[in-house]
Design a protein around this ligand. Structure first.
Ligand code: AMP
Ligand code: MN
Ligand code: MN
Ligand code: MN
Length: 286
């Protein structure tokens, strides 16, 4: 089965609408796609509705990527295979949206002070109905000619401790895990190799995540060196965490594609093992 359990739509900082994402996943011959926008499940109803009208083997999994704070690091926790309409869960996500709004206003105020006015309005326009992320601020800064590209925007203004950086007030990891569990989902640590943590700190994170009820970790994502993949797989074994795979797809690009390079070492327990997935049709008649 071809499975990708981490992707974004235009309801957070992805470029594609839910329909476009689903069509792309179908064209990439995925069997399973989880939609995991930053702190929102707004894409899911549209995605499910669209998918229901089509006769395709692709299965859509409801998910989310929750921002948390841990020792000054932004740690992302995926919630997979959840009930995206569960009341406690959706109430907590509404609070996350509020935090994003407050942070965005503060970032805009800092940008104004740095001589860059009007960015909030531009970022808001780019985000539309979706969650306002730093990616939208980066796009707005590029569009207004203040920086040459996204990297430059993060390096100069939006990255940790840069001129427009605002310390986010994200919840702690156990809290995010409890929301995901309230919605019946599986909490999974997203892209563990991307946090710039030393081995010692990453181990500490994994211990605390597992102790708080975390169930899985991503053991592979695109652009991860084979050595790092092996290391993540060994952590999953050591800390008794199930394995997840995801491309963290945001937009079609040279380096990013749905379902690309996501094979899983065979001895790991896949996070989807307990899910009720339909087996893919082979196309052969019996
Ligand atoms: P936020 O959740 O609003 O803090 O925005 C974080 C998002 O910004 C991430 O999900 C990435 O998609 C993007 N991002 C973070 N750091 C960088 C970076 N250095 N360069 C480009 N994009 C980044
Ligand atoms: Mn993102
Ligand atoms: Mn992330
Ligand atoms: Mn992501």
């Amino acid at each position: 089965m071809k499975i990708d359990l981490h992707s974004h739509t235009c309801y957070s900082d992805g470029a594609l609408t839910p329909r476009e994402l689903i069509d792309r996943a179908h064209n990439m011959q995925l069997d399973v796609l989880a939609i995991t926008d930053h702190d929102t499940v707004a894409a899911l109803d549209e995605a499910r509705h669209y998918q229901a009208g089509l006769r395709r083997p692709l299965q859509i999994i409801a998910g989310v990527e929750i921002s948390t704070r841990w020792h000054g690091f932004d740690i992302h926790i995926l919630g997979l295979n959840l009930d995206h309409q569960e009341a406690i869960f959706t109430a907590r996500l509404a609070e996350q949206a509020q935090r994003r709004e407050v942070r965005a206003r503060e970032m805009a105020a800092k940008l104004e002070k740095a001589g860059v006015p009007g960015i909030y309005e531009q970022a808001r326009r780019l985000a539309g109905q979706g969650q306002l992320t730093r990616t939208h601020f980066a796009r707005a800064l590029v569009k207004s000619g203040q920086v040459k590209d996204h990297e430059d925007a993060f390096r100069k203004y939006l990255g940790k401790d840069k001129r427009a950086f605002v310390k986010p007030s994200w919840p702690e990891i156990p809290e995010a895990i409890s929301w995901i569990k309230a919605a019946g989902g599986n909490p999974v640590l997203a892209h563990p190799a991307r946090y710039d943590l030393s081995a010692k700190w990453l181990r500490r994170l994994l211990v605390e995540f597992a102790a708080a009820g975390g169930e899985g970790m991503e053991v592979t994502h695109p652009q991860l060196a084979p050595d790092s993949k092996r290391q993540l797989a060994s952590y999953a074994r050591e800390y008794g965490l199930a394995a997840s795979v995801g491309s963290d797809f945001h937009f079609p690009g040279r380096w990013t594609e749905l379902g690309k390079n996501l094979s899983l070492p065979e001895d790991l327990v896949p996070i989807w093992k307990t899910w009720n997935l339909a087996q893919p049709q082979t196309g052969k008649s019996v």
